[in-house]
Design a protein around this ligand. Sequence first.
Ligand code: SF4
Length: 768
Amino acid sequence: MSTPKPSAENPVKFRKLKLTAPKTTAAGIPAVISALHHIWNEMSLARGMKALAALNQKEGYDCPGCAWPDPSHRSKIAEYCENGAKAIAEEATEKVLFAPFFSTNSLTQLSQLDDYDLGKKGRIGEPLYKPSGADHYQAISWSEAYQTIARHLHALPHPDEAVFYTSGRTSNEAAFLYQLFVREFGTNNLPDCSNMCHESSGVALSESLGIGKGSVTLEDFQHTELILILGQNPGTNHPRMLTALQQAKRKGAKIIAINPLKEAGLMGFRNPQTVEGVLALNEDLADLYLQIRIGTDMALIQWICALLFQKEQYGEQVADQAFIQEKTKGFEAWANHIQQLDIASLQAITGLHEEEVSQAADLIAGSNRIIACWAMGLTQQVQAVDTIREVVNLLLYKGSIGKPGAGTCPVRGHSNVQGDRTMGIYEKPSAAFLQSLEQQFGFIPPGKYGYDVVESIYAMEKGEVGVFMAMGGNFLSATPDTARTAAALQRCKLTVQISTKLNRSHLITGEEALILPVLARSDQDVVNGKVQFISCENSMGIVHASKGILAPLSKQLKSEPVLVAELAQAVLGSKSKVNWAHLATHYDHIRDAIESCIPGFSEYNKRVREPGGFALPNGPREGIFTNTAQKALFQVAKLQLSPPEPGQLVMMTIRSHDQFNTTLYGLHDRYRGIFNERRVLMINQADIDALGFQAGDKVNLIGQEFGTRREAKGFILVPYDIPQGNCASYFPEANVLVPLEKTARKSNTPVSKHVLITLEPFQEVVEV
Ligand code: SF4
């Protein structure tokens, strides 16, 4: 009789699903009520109001949610959105877990909770250790924890048998020290959550424009004529973006939304900080909504470009010839390619009507200041890099880069994911960066590229990784192919999670496991009696300070920078060339080191103290392109789509409105009218009928790609306005279906937005 083991997947447990009509407008007073409700549920009103009052304020701390920038003029009432408040409710909760909780709750028992109930258990209050063969965590001192890690790392035949993952909440200071420690230890195995989100943007933009970041600033939304929003749901994932869209609209800009789902935050906005918003007066957003089939954005952009060339042939002036001549390369090849495309087949692929796409072409032809915004709907596709390059081609054709009101805007989903990459958290470091580390610190960092996220899982699966460490995040639940990733993690000798809150990655461990609890963004961070601040880089390349203000709820918590410095000393010992103790005494020392190694950070300590911080250099923003061509590059991309087999559906994994990455704030998806249940599949009624099911039926979702059967049991069919043949379900529950082998070309980003599935009836397990 086998001993029960912790479950990597959420148990199949149905709640009382309630459905209402989806919303057509986002935010409003309901958002305020929801925000306060979440705060109220997690802490005292005094602590809650103190936390909210400092959120995103210049003397306060940066929201640990998404990376949407703060305006120069901060609202004194509330410079945050509903989901920002939920993020604070989550991390500033007064529920704290210590060893006694874990002595009565085994890993196996805890894994029977779903991710919502698990996350609601609270913060981790002290360092915890799971010995080999044990099913319970126990208390451990910090020094013993460091010694345990040192013992395992020194026992490895080669530093490349250790993997050091980073989640996007990690500050610049912690990220810089973490990569420095890992490189002095001897490996570039620095996968990060960017590998799973905007890596495709980084690859495409670096090739086309010379920098892997967006070129626009928040100010550009005040000067733009047209905003394209592709594969993004800002109402839930970047809510304060709606204010920028509202302001742009009020200045006459138009918006084209391109998304398989009709998302409330793309259709309308009630800004609760305006009279109209409080009075629930609608403010429409999208002027044109293209409800495209999943993963066909490239076909649409090519179709639009073909129509624009047709307009040119009829004598209309569409292209910015001066910009093309002066600033770009490769136009002819691209123009020839586009004009040879068969528009009818592009139409068939997208499922859109000619009239609506012609309307889009008219709007684009008539605009010279265009901003293109995008997110995971583009980046987590097989041809993600090509699609983003095609979006850039369109902007170059219109001369819409390097001037006010125009440019690229990949909207980052995690507060400092861009900053971490800038700090050197990257498995493919540049030679120049490694050289600067050698010059500054006197050790020779490894040159061989490391593993990204997917490669790390393959290596663990092959038993080639002895130690896995994660700085924040929830690696197991965020990654694809959950069952495989779980088995891979369990092959490690030691797994270390540096965390604030309990999550499923704490339950699926190596032979031995450690949880090291750290301060959260809102916690006050005092080192040597001095209150410290950290810094982050938002989606538009602005580096700004963040100073926590809440009293930590446990004296055993450490800040990430101090933890990394102490761990490095314990592991590297006297052999280290880095003065870790000095760096950890005051974060100004860390910033001085960053200034000496990374371009764009001159006078870092002075400029980061200026209200609002400072902008990092961004060539394309100035119309300067530092790629190999020293010109903005038109690139030809051939569409290669593999249509689903009969009976197969194309599924995309999405977030609910009560969710941030794998953190579940609640069980509702208010805008989509889905309440109190996450095991749902949003599917077109015509597909439900065609597949012989009824609305409300419980089914299993089956994937068969790459010769492996993957099963996600127990999902309720919810009829939804989504193109036929397409469907959507929430992650992390559906991540078990995302094949590890299915990644975006060139960026190796898991393709979570195009998973081929079939449905099978679900057999209710009758408890006897
Ligand atoms: S928009 Fe993003 S960064 Fe701003 S408050 Fe909301 S979640 Fe936080």
